[in-house]
Design a protein around this ligand. Structure first.
Ligand SMILES: NC(=O)c1ccc[n+]([C@@H]2O[C@H](COP(=O)([O-])OP(=O)(O)OC[C@H]3O[C@@H](n4cnc5c(N)ncnc54)[C@H](O)[C@@H]3O)[C@@H](O)[C@H]2O)c1
Length: 352
């Protein structure tokens, strides 16, 4: 089993091994004091994995209650959150008990936020089941719900007690959802590790699973390093935003209907790197390698929306300050820096 220790304000481990789901009861019992837990999941994941998880928890002596909500980003909202609060109250969950997030980033984010706020906070465990959740959203302690006027606008920093990552769960994902998560894996390689980038580039969407444990482990290690240095997102953690400022603008331009997050981030990574090549801040070979790997995971390099439509939306990204933008630029594969620019300079940079 691969174990990654995260030394955030509250230390915890990320465990990675194929088949770990069936051992989750024993693993959870090692980090929680009481034997009462609520599993929160969505309907898709429930149909495939709840039984295995609950059997393992019950075999380890847990009393388990389960809350299931409809899958999809639309559920990451205050209505679902209120239903979770009501369910926890009705079932007598106390601050000594725990929540288990079983699912993708939507389940992880809303369960984490419920754990941060219900009874002023109780412990929670992440069992991520999408690639994006295993390499990104389950680690680092950002939790959130969406508002009608924007994504992730209400949230809290809340670190989990444990993250249990079973790569075998990725086998039931559609290739599109795997590709979406792979955009974030490519991002980690670009900002921090040419070795990880080459490992991802040595595969494609067809055979990505051959080295998946190592890919997940490298991504989580990078996220761990960045989060340990900047848990509350005031500096280095912004590097994780590579491709995201433009990516969020793409998602927003198309009303979150045309491009998924990973697709938008892939295009965002290409667009900013292409401009960095023009400004002499990145070498052309790195751009060509980035483009090749994006394409091999069936992700887009560009979108039809013009920069004149995207750039104003970049300033609405919540990572931006009032008059400037923190653009993340890779000078080569594995090396990145934050370039703080006034909006007008960013516009000129993108429209060059
Ligand atoms: N907290 C963070 O740091 C952070 C980082 C990145 C993204 N996020 C958030 O993560 C969310 C996106 O996460 P996501 O891409 O995992 O989406 P998701 O949770 O919506 O999952 C995608 C789809 O896959 C299904 N699914 C999940 N696991 C499955 C499995 N093993 N087999 C079959 N189907 C399965 C889900 O039911 C859903 O339909 C967004 O809300 C985003 O804001 C959070």
């Amino acid at each position: 089993m691969k174990k990654i220790a995260v030394k955030a304000s509250k230390p915890y481990e990320v465990l990675i091994e194929q088949g770990l789901l069936s051992e989750c009861g024993r693993l959870v019992s090692e980090v929680t004091k009481t034997k009462f837990t609520a599993v929160i999941t969505d309907d898709n994941v429930d149909a495939i994995y709840s039984e295995r998880v609950i059997s393992s928890l019950e075999a380890a002596g847990f009393r388990v209650v389960k809350f299931v909500f409809p899958h999809g980003e639309k559920s990451k909202c205050s209505d679902t959150l209120n239903s979770i609060y009501g369910f926890l109250a009705e079932n007598g969950i106390t601050r000594a008990d725990s929540l288990i997030a079983l699912g993708g980033g939507v389940v992880g984010d809303i369960t984490g936020y419920a754990a941060a706020t219900f009874l002023r906070g109780l412990s929670f465990i992440q069992i991520p089941t999408t690639l994006l959740a295993q390499i990104d959203s389950s680690v680092g302690g950002k939790t959130a719900i969406d508002l009608p006027c924007g994504k992730n606008l209400v949230g809290a920093f809340k670190q989990p007690e444990l993250v249990i990552c079973d790569p075998l769960t990725l086998k039931t994902l559609s290739p599109e959802i795997v590709s979406d998560g792979m955009a974030e894996a490519i991002k980690y390689g670009m900002i921090r590790s040419s070795e990880l980038f080459e490992l991802i580039a040595s595969h494609s969407i067809e055979d990505y699973f051959d080295d998946i444990d190592d890919i997940i482990c490298s991504c989580v290690s990078i996220k761990r390093d960045v989060v340990e240095n900047d848990e509350f997102d005031r500096g280095e953690r912004m590097l994780l935003n590579f491709g995201h400022t433009l990516g969020h603008a793409v998602e927003s331009y198309y009303n979150y209907e045309t491009y998924t997050h990973g697709n938008a981030v892939a295009a965002g990574m290409h667009m900013i790197t292409e401009q960095a090549v023009k400004s002499g801040e990145c070498d052309r070979e790195s751009l060509e390698k980035l483009d090749a790997v994006i394409t091999s995971y069936r992700l887009p390099l560009t979108v039809d929306a013009p920069y004149s439509g995207l750039i104003p939306l970049c300033s609405k990204d919540k990572k931006c300050e009032s008059t400037s933008i923190n653009a993340i630029i890779c000078s080569s594969i594995g090396t990145s820096f934050i370039k703080k620019m006034p909006f007008e300079d960013f516009r000129a940079f993108m429209e060059a």
